[in-house]
Design a protein around this ligand. Structure first.
Ligand SMILES: Nc1nc2[nH]cnc2c(=O)[nH]1
Ligand SMILES: [Zn+2]
Length: 431
């Protein structure tokens, strides 16, 4: 039997290196008439269309001038908050208490959790997101429904049971022991099953006792190949609360480090207001920071300095943080990252925005050898972008004098209409 082989024709975009460290022209390889050869779920060749190997049995899909690149990777999302996206007018702690916790409580019902997981992945894929690292709720079944849904679709996906044993409503609290036991059972069930991965997930220091953080630190020490995801330094009120709750900690980061929750595979959401010491320590251990620009502006949290962090050597990924974030679209998220970068006077180049949404996120998830780039040997999770998806975008890209001027209007104004096709592990995603 011949293996399933596809050839995609179009403009192709691949990263040779990090465009924060190298000039864009060196870092990015673009073929105006490019081709991708896919076999058995992997990218086998990328290059000019006239040089690509063309096996007789290959199915050819011609995307014309559309842009073929790696699928987007959302490095921090709360799938259970799908239905409460765009809830008006609160800051973090009130927003959690008023909107988030009541909705997360509803996911105690596995049928409802299943419905929301399905809705979440439908929306993510419609927006070209092929991998997400999500928080579930405290209910173990909410992790099962997420992974079952991802598995059904053949996605590479990561998540963890959110752990909280204080400062949360009664029906959303576990204990140090049950958080350990449930997380361990879920991790053993899902981590490494096909394309799925587990992330140990204390929500954030204010909702975990020291006992719970210690228990989760112990679990991570037993399973160091898992990720550990949490929130850090999102809002000033939150930081002040952490220093009241943990009077012996040097700072917010220390509340994690003291309990064995700081390492290379830590993924810290937001990380806007870090002290010098925290930044230096995170860089030293090589942990990841995740920029959530639509959330940081929507909840009024602050301005993350992407370029400064990248130039100082931090690993930075990009994320929607829905439902705190106001969009499921990583294009919209890149636009927001651009706007924030203008406000801190470190404007990001379109190549840097695309890199953050693919390679950057993949690095923070320690998956950069598998996903996040259109290159030989990588898993064929791809997005095909229509660079003229609306009249407003089309009239601007028509005037473009170079490829970046052709791409940037789609970053700034594009949405799910710009997503022409999505490929998952070498299979065309059917909507
Ligand atoms: N944006 C956001 N921040 C948090 N901090 C703790 N939990 C959350 C959450 O669900 N969303
Ligand atoms: Zn979050």
């Amino acid at each position: 039997m011949t293996e399933k082989t596809d050839i995609l024709l179009g403009q192709t975009l691949s990263f040779r290196s990090d465009p924060f460290c190298n000039p864009v022209d060196d870092a990015v390889q673009i073929e105006r008439q490019g081709a991708v050869l896919i076999r058995d779920g992997l990218v086998v060749e990328v290059g000019p269309a006239d040089t690509i190997t063309r096996p007789d049995h290959a199915k050819v899909t011609d995307y014309g001038e559309h842009l073929i690149m790696a699928g987007f990777i959302d490095a921090h999302v709360h799938y259970p908050q799908t239905a409460i996206i765009a809830s008006w007018g609160m800051r973090l702690i009130d927003w959690l208490n008023s909107y988030t916790f009541p909705e997360e409580a509803r996911l105690a019902d596995p049928a409802y959790a299943g419905k929301i997981a399905k809705r979440y992945f439908d929306l993510a894929l419609a927006n070209g997101t092929t991998t997400s690292l999500s928080y579930a709720t405290i209910h173990p079944t909410s992790v099962d429904t997420y992974f079952e849904e991802a598995h059904l679709r053949g996605l590479r996906a990561l998540a963890g049971k959110t752990c909280m044993d204080r400062n949360a409503p009664d029906n959303l609290r576990d204990t140090a022991q049950s958080a350990y036991d449930d997380s361990k059972a879920l991790l053993e069930k899902w981590h490494g099953k096909d394309r799925l991965g587990y992330a140990i997930t204390p929500r954030f220091s204010p909702t975990s006792t020291q006992d719970q953080l210690t228990a989760l630190g112990a679990l991570w020490a037993e399973h160091p190949d898992c990720l550990m995801q949490t929130h850090i330094s999102e809002q000033h009120e939150e930081i002040a609360w952490v220093s009241e709750l943990f009077p012996d900690a040097r700072d917010y980061l220390d509340t994690y480090e003291q309990h064995g929750l700081l390492g290379e595979r830590s993924v810290f959401g937001h990380a806007i207001h870090l002290t010098e010491r925290e930044q230096a320590r995170i860089k030293e251990v090589g942990a990841g920071l995740v920029h959530c620009p639509t959330s940081n502006t929507f909840i009024g949290s602050g301005l993350f300095e992407t370029a400064r962090h990248k130039l100082s050597g931090q690993n930075v990924g990009l994320a929607t943080d829905t439902g705190g974030g106001s969009s499921f679209s990583m294009l919209r998220t890149m636009a927001s990252a651009y706007e924030v970068s203008q406000l801190v006077r470190q404007p990001l180049h379109p190549a840097q925005l695309l890199w953050l949404a693919t390679c950057g996120s993949a690095q923070t998830l320690h998956l950069a050898d598998k996903i996040g780039n259109l290159s030989k040997g990588m898993e064929a999770d791809l997005v095909v972008l229509d660079l003229a998806s609306t009249p407003a975008i089309a009239q601007r890209s028509e005037r473009a004098e170079d490829i970046w001027e052709a791409i940037f209007p789609t970053i700034m104004m594009g949405d799910d209409r710009a997503i022409c096709d999505v490929w998952i592990a070498g299979n065309l995603h059917q909507t």
